[in-house]
Design a protein around this ligand. Sequence first.
Ligand SMILES: [Zn+2]
Length: 185
Amino acid sequence: MVGSITLLCAVLSLQSSAVPASQGLAASTSHEPRGHLSWVDATFLAARIRAERGIEAEPVLGMARERPEPLAVVPIGAHVRAEVRTALAFWRMADAARRDGIELQVTSGFRSQPEQAALFDLYRRGRGPLASRPGRSNHQSGHALDLETRSPRVRKWLKRHAEDYGFYRTVPSERWHFEYWGRGG
Ligand SMILES: [Zn+2]
């Protein structure tokens, strides 16, 4: 725990040095993205995941509306990481789906700035699917998960139940793209 707190502090100081003074915390508090998670809450959720699942969270530098934002992420699938609050909500939803005989899988979760830049570059050259400009994707703010939705059964289940778990389809042309904004979001 001490080790991860040290890391979290490192990310926080990295964030403050990366943000111009005029865009510091005082200036941004009135424009917090909806669903913003405080760092204390993120650390608490990380500890809960560690206790309940034995999975270690890792501090990363996300981006929310083109500003650096420290996030805690956990592995949620093969080569896929998700922000801790989004991960907990996904696991709740996946447990419910499993009880209905549906296996939910995440194909893309948190993306770093270089990862998003690489996807955007492919998109711009016509060699990859639609991708947001680096800094603007909710895959970087920790809210977005792409789910494996090729199966009609999975799509039907998500259509009926995803919002009960706080997940919303936000890109009409991407039936796999869901964002966690909490219930009633
Ligand atoms: Zn997506």
